[in-house]
Design a protein around this ligand. Structure first.
Ligand SMILES: Nc1ncnc2c1ncn2[C@@H]1O[C@H](COP(=O)(O)OP(=O)(O)OP(=O)(O)O)[C@@H](O)[C@H]1O
Length: 290
């Protein structure tokens, strides 16, 4: 979609539907806030000669949950990795509170990067206790000066060093399992620790890549509750999911990523009950096979 097309298709006021429009600052239909926190603007990306994302725009506002749905291999992980500032898009911009993060110094970008948490499909815990795993994010997310301050406070007993991790583990129902070793956890428990690790440093944005795809209903429900808790705290959440019911349960907005980019973004209810693009309806109904 070109910039002009995207602007034309940007808002259907009667339906509450939007396709994120980079020229507007009020693309969100979220009730939490209208200030965009993290925003992809007309990004294009790919690998080698393959183009995966073609002119994709999407904003994640504070306190909202955006579900990214689309067929396997369409580029959901790629989009999340770009939103996480892991790599630079080939074209377009990534904005954090209006700042183009690829037009600033590496140091400045790192400061933004520290405000974003990501949870992968695979929990990837360290060979350590639940508590150590949950604390890990606190260490890597801090600037060296904050880290020094924290370590000094720990040293002189001003803080116990685990309160944020404990609180985050409580959100995922694992506050009583602090000393368990990661290797003894079930897949669902491990994923809950991974979520707590991302939540512990109080990010502005949480990016979740199919966080419940291998989990049973109980662990899925815990993660979904934790997503709601995060958004109630004002954290903007983007979740890539294959589970349409999950998108319907947790998301304020849904973005549909198909072969040529995001074809439609809108309020969850509208997207499920009255989508504008017939391909959205077909995809949600499982009729669109890629
Ligand atoms: N590091 C990489 N190098 C080369 N190609 C890649 C790389 N990562 C992803 N791809 C390709 O880019 C395309 C999009 O992959 P991506 O993982 O972003 O899709 P996805 O929508 O998240 O898929 P799924 O739903 O199966 O997880 C795929 O064709 C994939 O093979």
């Amino acid at each position: 979609m070109t910039m002009d097309e995207s602007a034309t298709a940007s808002r259907d006021a009667s339906s509450g539907r939007t396709v994120d429009d980079p020229s507007s600052t009020t693309t969100s239909t979220s009730t939490a806030t209208s200030t965009p926190t993290l925003r992809a603007v007309d990004i294009q990306h790919g690998y080698g000669s393959e183009t995966v994302l073609e002119t994709v725009s999407l904003s994640i506002d504070a306190g909202e949950v955006v579900a990214i749905i689309g067929p396997s291999g369409v580029g959901k992980t790629t989009l999340l990795r770009l939103l996480a500032l892991f790599e630079q898009p080939r074209d377009g911009a990534l904005e954090y509170d209006g700042t183009d993060v690829w037009e600033i110094t590496t140091q400045q970008r790192l400061a933004f990067r520290r405000r974003i948490g990501m949870v992968f499909q695979d929990a990837s815990l360290f060979d350590a206790s639940v508590r150590r795993n949950a604390e890990y994010g606190l260490h890597v997310r801090q600037s060296w000066i904050d880290r020094l301050r924290r370590e000094f406070a720990d040293l002189v007993g001003l803080r116990d060093g685990t309160s944020e991790a404990l609180e985050a583990l409580d959100v995922v129902g694992l506050a009583d399992e602090l000393d368990r070793h990661a290797s003894s956890l079930s897949g669902g428990e491990a994923q809950r620790v991974a979520f707590a690790r991302a939540l512990a440093f109080d990010p502005d944005v949480l990016l979740l890549d199919e966080p419940t795809s291998d989990l049973d209903p109980r662990n899925t429900a815990v993660i979904e509750d934790a997503v709601r808790e995060a958004s109630e705290r004002g954290i903007g959440v983007a979740i890539a999911t294959h589970d349409m019911n999950q998108a319907r349960r947790v998301a304020d907005r849904v973005a549909v990523l198909l072969g040529d980019g995001i074809i439609e973004v809108g309020e969850t209810k509208t997207m499920f009950e009255d989508p504008e693009d017939p391909r959205t309806r077909k995809f949600i109904d499982g009729e669109l096979i890629y």
